[in-house]
Design a protein around this ligand. Structure first.
Ligand code: ZN
Length: 585
């Protein structure tokens, strides 16, 4: 056997490794990795593996009994370097990879350019957060640009300008400048004329199918060779209403041999009958509207965007816009194209969301079944969680799939230390406990890691030797005759009989030690005299009804709290009754 000095030294080493492991894993160390590390550091201990393993088991248990906060305090006292490492790692994870060619620009300018045809949802989070974060990282500017030049199909509506601004503010992505494309029509017209004059564009009056057929065969349509003067007069006719919808488009000349037919002489302006489809901001003032690739390309240059951060589905647009930039003598901004980000179980189709909200399938933009920022906000998802997740995903070009669970893990890290705990009894059932011969007082912390926040006190009266409690129907269904169960922080009971929504039970013992010895399940409860009626709106559209403890009156609207053994919820309304939205488990 080793000397006691050696043993205490080994114990110290195990404690250090276990603490580091526990802090890394939200307060719970695992024996296996701790043992592995120890044997890695001290291979000679392999000879005594059995003893060492049981010693490690004991120490890990001790460490896990501490709260995360206590673990961190202990580490800070004994091995501050453990925390340093952890901190450095966290900061390292937060950082985005550098942008290319930063040194070429005086100031980095990025943008987010939504179409105000819907509220924003999680599918836009990456473009917004990366663009904003890069601008901040380089002390640059972040621009918000509303791209609202399609009054017919991607129909803009006035309400969305403000809703989008609110979404961005909630995300913490404030912008330094704002542009609205429908204010800039004369600018686009000016460049249209310039391109026509220089022979880089033409007005095509062919039927769409005819043009398409020709261009597929890499052949020009007859309009391509008309002289600039005639093009300019056709342009004026477009503006003045000589042509109807679909009768004329302005096309940018490209390479008719370009391998991608979608690039060949792409359309930059078309006519929209704004008498029929008025624009919400400009009414029927304009009939000739730029298409996305044109207005977006022009503005990126005029807004001084240095770095465009967007999905790779925009690569075709870049190819289109490069012709434009060449003709105008401009340099194309740095463009970073990230891969597809799929989020499983989420409806991200704007048209589907719009339709369903309009038809009343969803209660509004913040219906908990939606993945709009407004819905996430109402459910208690914190913007920092979304932000951190997107920064970790970064601008990588590979496709990636995330799920709700990933987002919940980020959010849990943020809300768990903040959320106070309460008892919520969903679909309450009665439990009458006999042989309760005195009154009891149960006291539970508002937060297990932070005793300073105070405690919740319950007084349980003995009425003729009986205590009357409520338990959740989930627990009710699990309990059988003869089951022993511990009522959290109160006492242990035995189920005697069960009928018609009521359990008869008997006092068994008081102490937690006894419950631990017998390995009893712990359930939560409420005195039957106590309880505010409470609804929880679930992400699947269902509503769970129950009672929540009276102490919840100390909480306030908008707080995220944890209903013990149920999940985190955001408080939406506290009146006579309480309304909450389910966040996650
Ligand atoms: Zn033509």
């Amino acid at each position: 056997m080793k000397s006691s000095e050696e043993i205490s030294e080994i114990k110290e080493a195990i404690k250090r490794i276990a603490l580091e492991n526990a802090i890394k894993h939200e307060g719970k160390a695992q024996v296996k990795p701790v043992l592995g590390r120890l044997l890695g550091e001290r291979p000679n201990l392999r000879a005594k593996i059995k003893e060492i393993a049981s010693l490690t088991g004991e120490i890990v248990k001790e460490i896990n009994h501490l709260t995360l906060k206590q673990q961190i305090e202990t580490a800070r006292k004994l091995w501050p370097e453990l925390l340093l490492k952890e901190k450095e790692k966290v900061e390292e994870e937060k950082k985005l990879p550098p942008l290319p060619n930063v040194e070429k620009y005086e100031q980095i300018v990025t943008r987010f350019a939504p179409n105000p045809d819907c509220v924003l949802h999680i599918g836009s989070a990456r473009a917004i957060i990366l663009s904003h974060e890069y601008a901040r990282m380089y002390n640059g500017r972040f621009i918000l640009r509303f791209e609202d030049t399609d009054p017919r199909i991607k129909r803009t509506a006035l309400e969305f300008y403000d809703l989008i601004r609110e979404d961005l503010k909630w995300l913490g992505c404030t912008w330094d400048e704002e542009y609205i494309q429908s204010d800039r029509m004369e600018i686009y017209y000016k460049y249209a004329r310039e391109l026509l004059e220089k022979g880089h564009a033409y007005i095509c009056t062919c039927r769409r199918e005819e043009f398409k057929e020709k261009v597929q065969r890499k052949q020009p349509c007859p309009c391509r060779s008309i002289p600039p003067e005639q093009n300019l007069s056709r342009w004026e006719d477009m503006l003045s209403g000589e042509y109807g919808e679909g009768e004329a488009v302005l096309r940018i000349k490209t390479d008719l041999n370009h391998p991608n037919p979608a690039i060949r002489d792409w359309p930059a302006f078309r006519i929209i009958d704004t008498e029929k489809h008025p624009h919400p901001r400009t009414g029927s003032r304009y009939r000739v509207w730029p298409l996305f690739a044109f207005a977006n390309g022009i503005d990126d240059h005029l807004n001084g965007i240095t770095h465009i951060i967007r999905g790779k589905e925009h690569l075709t647009n870049q190819k289109r816009q490069e012709f434009l930039y060449r003709y105008l003598g401009w340099k194309y901004p740095e463009a970073i194209h990230y891969g597809r980000l799929k989020i499983t179980g989420v409806t991200l189709s704007k048209s589907k969301i719009l339709q369903a909200v309009e038809e009343g399938v969803y209660s509004g933009w913040d219906d908990p079944r939606l993945a709009t920022f407004r819905a996430l906000r109402r459910r208690g998802i914190r913007p920092e969680a979304i932000r951190q997740m997107m920064i970790d995903v970064g601008p990588r070009p590979a496709d990636i799939t995330l799920s709700w669970k990933n987002l919940y893990a980020y959010n849990r890290k943020i809300v768990d230390p903040i959320a106070n705990r309460y008892f919520f009894i969903d679909e309450p059932k009665r439990m009458i406990i006999k042989k309760v011969n005195r009154d009891f007082t149960a006291s539970l912390p508002l937060h297990p890691d932070d005793p300073k926040r105070g405690r919740r006190i319950f007084n349980i009266k003995s009425r003729d030797g009986e205590a009357h409690l409520l338990i959740s129907s989930r627990d009710f269904n699990r309990l059988r005759e003869g089951s022993l169960v511990r009522l959290m922080e109160l006492f242990n009971v035995e189920v005697i009989s069960k009928k018609e929504g009521c359990i008869s039970a008997e006092f068994h013992s008081e102490g937690y030690e006894e419950a631990r010895r017998l390995n009893l399940p712990l359930i939560h409860w409420l005195p039957d005299s106590e309880g505010i009626s409470c609804e929880v709106f679930m992400p699947d559209g269902s509503v769970v009804k129950g009672l929540v403890e009276r102490n919840l009156h100390q909480a306030s609207v908008d707080q995220v709290v944890q209903f013990e053994r149920f999940g985190f919820v955001r408080i939406d309304e506290i009146k006579e009754s309480v309304k909450t939205f389910f966040t996650h488990e």
